[in-house]
Write a new protein. Sequence first.
Length: 170
Amino acid sequence: MKTEGAKNTADIKNVAADLYWLAFLLTGRHDISIEIAADVAASQDHASAFFGDWMRAWQRRLVIGNALAAVRDELADSARRTEIAQTATPRGLSLSPSVTKADLERALLAIDLFPRASVLLLVFEGVQIADAATLLDATPNLIKKAQAIGLLELTANLGAADAPAVSAPA
């Protein structure tokens, strides 16, 4: 049976790993992601279960804000590419139960930064369009377009097991 200290250490490691992965998916850079996750995870307070849940939600927000700030210039460049990109409406998107975390990571990282950030925020993090528009410094219409592009590319990337990943033109 694990002691309370060992359980807390394991919980902290799991939280830090989740925060790192979120930062990595948003930035695509290991070095920045480790820094962001470590800084935010170190602020974890185990005062009570109530504050622990609130703190974990706040930490995710901090990671998102810090990660987007770290890639602000690249994000703006990607947003400009997204504005001129052509898109279709995604239909019938679903993930196979056999998709692994590594498959998902590879498929997401193959997507240009702005559409990837839109998908991560809107689909995976459940951020509202207005809030995503503020975080990404873009109009709601551009966020919706980026989400559509990102979802199409995510589906194509996950469907291409052995083929090279599909992404928006640079």
